[in-house]
Design a protein around this ligand. Structure first.
Ligand code: GTP
Ligand code: MG
Length: 416
C-alpha cells in the first residue's frame, strides 16, 4: 500500500536537500569559528608589539567569534515550517495527523482547534507541550490528554501552543519540519494578527479546502492578505474529503475539473503566485481521514476499516502531494534561511581577511623600514671608514714628508 514505508528506512526523501545543506553549512561555520579563534589567539601573542596589532583590531576579531557563534546558534534552530489554513472542519488537523502518521492533534467534533498549535520534533522520548509565554513543560501522552490540556487553558485563538513530539516517532519531525495548525479562518476577525504572529517565516502554506463545496471568500481573503505580506508564498491547495466523491461517481470527473480550474485561477490569476504549469503541481484531491486510518492500521494501531471505492487513487495522490511538498519546502527553506547565513559568513571571512592583511602589511612595512635604516647606518660606516683611510694615508704622507724634511734639515745642519 505504502511506497513510503520503504522511504521510512531509506533516506531519499527530498527533505534531505535541507538536512544535508544544514549539515554542510554548519560544518563550514565550525571551520570559520576555528579560523577566527586561531586568529584571536595569534593576535594575543603578537599584542606585545603594539605598532603591529592595536587593541581595536584585537577587539574586532574577538567580536567575530561571538558573531560566528550566534550564526551557528540560529542555524541549529533553523527548520522548515509549514502552516495549514482553511475553514473550520475542512480537515486541517486530520491532514497533519495523516502526514505525521499518528493521531497527534485533536480533530473532529468537540475538538475544534481553538488556538495555534505548532508540532515540532523534540530530542526527548516523552511528548510535552509548552504554552505561549511559559517555559513549563506539560507532559502529554495521548491526543485525549492534549485536547484536555488545551480545553483547560483559557486560550485566545491567536495564541500558540507548542507540541514537542519525539523525533524518533516521525521522519518529518526528525528532518526538522515544523507543522502549524490553525483555527478555521472563518472564526476570526484577527487575520492580520495571525499573519504577523505565525506566518511571516513559513516556507509553505497549505490551504485545506473542502472538496464538497467550493473555495470560500474567507479562505481566499486570507491568502490575499498573506500574499501582500510575503512575496510569492508557496501555496498548496488540498481538496480534502475527496472520498465523498465516491458516492457520486458519475459527477466525479466534472466536479474535479471544476475544482481544479477554480483553484488554478485562484493561484495564477488572483494571487499571481505561480504559473499554470506550477499550479498543476500544487493542487491535490485527497482524503486525509482515509490516509490516517490506513496508516494507523498499517502500523497495527487500529483495526483496518473497509476501503471506499477509489481509495488507492486518493492514497497515491496523497503520497504525490507529500513528495511535491517535501521538494518545495526543502528548497524554499534552504534559500530563505541559508542564503542569509552564507552572506553573513562571507562578510565575516572578508572582514577577518582585511584585518589580517592590515597586520601583515604593517609588519612588512616595519621590516622594510628597518632594512632601510640598517642600510643607511651601513653606508655611514663605510663612508667613515673610507674617510679614515684617506685621512690616515694623508697623515702618513705628511709624516713621511715631515720626517724627510727633518732628516734633510738635520743632515744639512750637520754638513754646515
Ligand atoms: P477545526 O480545527 O475545527 O477548524 O477543524 P479541522 O479543519 O482541523 O478539521 P478536523 O481535522 O478536525 O476534521 C473535522 C472532521 O472531518 C473530523 O471528524 C474528521 O474525521 C473529518 N474528516 C477529515 N478529513 C476527512 C476526509 O478526508 N473525509 C471525510 N469523510 N472526513 C474527514
Ligand atoms: Mg483542527
Amino acid at each position: 500500500v505504502d511506497a513510503r514505508t520503504t522511504r521510512q528506512t531509506s533516506d531519499n526523501s527530498p527533505l534531505q536537500i535541507f538536512v544535508k545543506a544544514k549539515k554542510k553549512i554548519n560544518d563550514i561555520f565550525v571551520e570559520i569559528e576555528d579560523y577566527v579563534k586561531d586568529a584571536v589567539e595569534y593576535m594575543h601573542e603578537v599584542e606585545k608589539l603594539p605598532e603591529i596589532v592595536n587593541k581595536e583590531k584585537v577587539k574586532k576579531t574577538e567580536e567575530f567569534v561571538s558573531k560566528v557563534h550566534g550564526i551557528r546558534d540560529v542555524l541549529s534552530r533553523d527548520h522548515m515550517k509549514v502552516a495549514f489554513f482553511g475553514r473550520t472542519s475542512n480537515g486541517k488537523s486530520s491532514v497533519i495527523n495523516a502526514m505525521l502518521r499518528d493521531k497527534i492533534l485533536p480533530s473532529g467534533i468537540g475538538h475544534t482547534t481553538n488556538c495555534f498549535l505548532q508540532v515540532e520534533g523534540s530530542p526527548s522520548d516523552e511528548p510535552y507541550l509548552v504554552l505561549e509565554g511559559a517555559t513549563e513543560h506539560c507532559p502529554v501522552e495521548s491526543v485525549g490528554q492534549l485536547a484536555h490540556a488545551l480545553c483547560k487553558e483559557k486560550l485566545s485563538e491567536s495564541q500558540m501552543v507548542r507540541v514537542y513530539w519525539p523525533r524518533n516517532r516521525c521522519l518529518l519531525l526528525r528532518d526538522d519540519v515544523v507543522f502549524v495548525d490553525s483555527p478555521g479562518v472563518d472564526v476570526t476577525p484577527n487575520l492580520d494578527e495571525w499573519i504577523d504572529k505565525h506566518c511571516l517565516d513559513a516556507d509553505v502554506f497549505v490551504l485545506v479546502a473542502n472538496a464538497e463545496s467550493t473555495l470560500m471568500v474567507t479562505e481566499k481573503n486570507f491568502f490575499h492578505k498573506v500574499s501582500t505580506r510575503l512575496s510569492k508564498p508557496n501555496i498548496f491547495i488540498l481538496n480534502n474529503r475527496w472520498d465523498a466523491s465516491a458516492t457520486e461517481p458519475e459527477f466525479l470527473d466534472q466536479v474535479r475539473r471544476q475544482h481544479q480550474e477554480r483553484a488554478v485561477d485562484f493561484l495564477v490569476k488572483e494571487l499571481k503566485v505561480c504559473t499554470p504549469k506550477e499550479a498543476d503541481e500544487r493542487i491535490f484531491f485527497i482524503s486525509a481521514k482515509e490516509v490516517l486510518q490506513a496508516r494507523l492500521a498499517e502500523q497495527g494501531q487500529t483495526a483496518s476499516t473497509p476501503l471506499t471505492e477509489g481509495f488507492q487513487t486518493r492514497y497515491f495522490e496523497f503520497q504525490d502531494f507529500e513528495r511535491k511538498f517535501e521538494e518545495c519546502i526543502s528548497k524554499s527553506a534552504v534559500k530563505t534561511k541559508f542564503d542569509q547565513h552564507s552572506q553573513r559568513g562571507k562578510y565575516i571571512a572578508n572582514e577577518l581577511r582585511e584585518v589580517l592583511d592590515d597586520i601583515y602589511n604593517d609588519a612588512q612595512k616595519i621590516k622594510e623600514d628597518k632594512l632601510i635604516r640598517r642600510k643607511e647606518v651601513h653606508d655611514k660606516i663605510n663612508y667613515t671608514e673610507q674617510q679614515l683611510i684617506i685621512v690616515t694615508q694623508e697623515m702618513k704622507q705628511k709624516i713621511h714628508q715631515m720626517v724627510e724634511d727633518v732628516e734633510q734639515r738635520v743632515s744639512k745642519a750637520l754638513n754646515e
